[in-house]
Design a protein around this ligand. Structure first.
Ligand code: PLP
Length: 405
């Protein structure tokens, strides 16, 4: 892969921070956006902006076609069986809230149990806790082992006659661990239990085939995969989506409305109340094209090289380095602490040297509790990062660790 050519598509990477070249290693939080995605947004605003699915005029038909061709693209990207199974949302968070509220609201009962894992992002915990306000549902939690993998034996032992749902992440946003979700799904299905996969950290790095995985629901966000902010996807199996009640009411999601009786639109529109972010959705198409033009396996291989190189040097060179999450199968995410130094101080000082990393609990406080820390520093890589940037990060890390010592 010609990384310099790839980088030239990302003008933001030419920025300097405190007179240092920007080294952007906060890709887990959000990735940067290539020109073709930005151009799609500009084109929509300057050439085709019109509300979708409502007009017979040319602009409306063009805007609708841009949105619906993005839906076809997403279907292909995740190998969904039909476009009716591809619902556009605001992001992973909304996708999970939709399932918790709609599926959970309709099909979970007092006394039921659901299984989550220790490594879940808050967006795969809190929506289920909101459901607990109205239903007496028990949340059972899969523990992790010392290297940050899910304990699958413990997972199997959590099932009983009350288990009704499983919701776990494909990859952890803190540990990087890639979970064996095919196995996790198969185990749940053996108990007749449906599974939601939070794919926020997987979609930018891993080939997703929802049919091969046999996932019942799969959620992800465009902004983490070189796409625009404000757009996400919920994949759901058609028979489940058909059985579920609407999540929100409004325009677009109805067939007919009267004060006496309202009927709902067919899938996927039943779950897309109101004007969608049709401009962002059209831009997501370009983000997927970008990924496909490079090849997701090639992207993952490049990121893996950066991960291995940086991890090895961090452990070899920085005294008292602690890395959280050392599973053999992991995404290019390094969560770490140096001695007892505060993650926040490290992040602030790294920023002064041009290095953008994330600090804190990463919206995974239960995981932080399990790790026995309040927060970590997290460096995460994307396709446009280079070995030279890893070197700049390591040089800066040396300086910061020495300063704090
Ligand atoms: N799930 C995981 C694993 C994440 O890493 C994130 C964001 O960092 C989310 C869910 C939430 O994504 P969003 O904020 O785009 O809805």
């Amino acid at each position: 892969m010609d990384i310099e050519k790839i980088r030239s598509e990302f003008p933001i990477l030419r920025r300097t921070i405190y007179k240092h070249p920007l080294v952007y290693l906060d890709n887990t939080a959000t990735s940067q956006t290539p020109n073709r995605v930005v151009e799609s947004v500009v084109n929509s605003y300057t050439k085709t902006k019109s509300n979708v699915h409502r007009g017979v005029h040319t602009l409306s038909m063009e805007a609708t076609e841009l949105q619906e061709s993005a839906r076809r693209k997403v279907r292909e990207f995740i190998n969904a069986a039909s476009i009716e199974e591809v619902i556009f949302t605001r992001g992973t968070t909304e996708s999970i809230n939709l399932v918790a509220a709609s599926y959970g609201g309709a099909f979970l009962q007092d006394g039921d149990e659901i299984i989550l894992s220790t490594m879940e992002h808050h967006s795969n915990i809190v929506p289920w806790q909101l459901l607990q306000r109205t239903k007496d549902i028990k949340i059972r939690v899969i523990p992790i082992n010392a290297i940050g993998e899910l304990d699958l034996n413990a997972y199997r032992s959590l099932f009983n006659e009350h288990t009704r749902f499983v919701s776990v992440c494909h990859a952890s946003n803190v540990l990087g661990t890639i979970n064996p979700i095919k196995e996790i799904i198969a185990e749940a299905h053996a108990h007749n239990v449906p599974v939601l996969i939070d794919g926020a950290q997987a979609a930018p790095h891993l080939k997703i085939d929802v049919q091969d995985l046999d996932a019942d629901f799969y959620a992800f966000s465009a902004h983490k995969m070189y796409g625009p902010s404000g757009v996400g996807v919920l994949y759901g199996k058609k028979k489940l989506l058909e059985a579920m009640p609407p999540y929100q009411g409004g325009g677009e999601m109805i067939e007919s409305v009267s004060f006496e009786k309202t009927t709902f639109a067919e899938l996927p529109f039943k779950f897309e109340a109101g004007t969608p972010d049709f401009i962002g959705i059209a831009a997501l198409h370009q983000a997927i094209d970008f990924i496909e033009s490079l090849g997701i396996e090639q992207i993952a291989a490049h990121e893996h090289e950066l991960l291995e190189y940086t991890t090895r040097r961090m452990l070899e060179e920085i005294p008292d380095m602690r890395i959280f999450g050392t599973a053999p199968d992991k995404c290019a995410i390094i969560s770490f602490l140096v001695g007892n130094e505060h993650h926040y101080d490290m992040g602030m000082l790294l920023d002064k040297l041009g290095i953008a990393v994330r600090t804190g609990h990463h919206c995974a406080q239960p995981l932080m509790n399990a790790l026995g820390v309040e927060g970590t520093v997290r460096a995460s890589f994307a396709v446009y990062n280079t070995i030279e940037e890893c070197d700049m990060f390591l040089t800066a890390l040396h300086r910061v660790a020495e300063m704090l010592r």
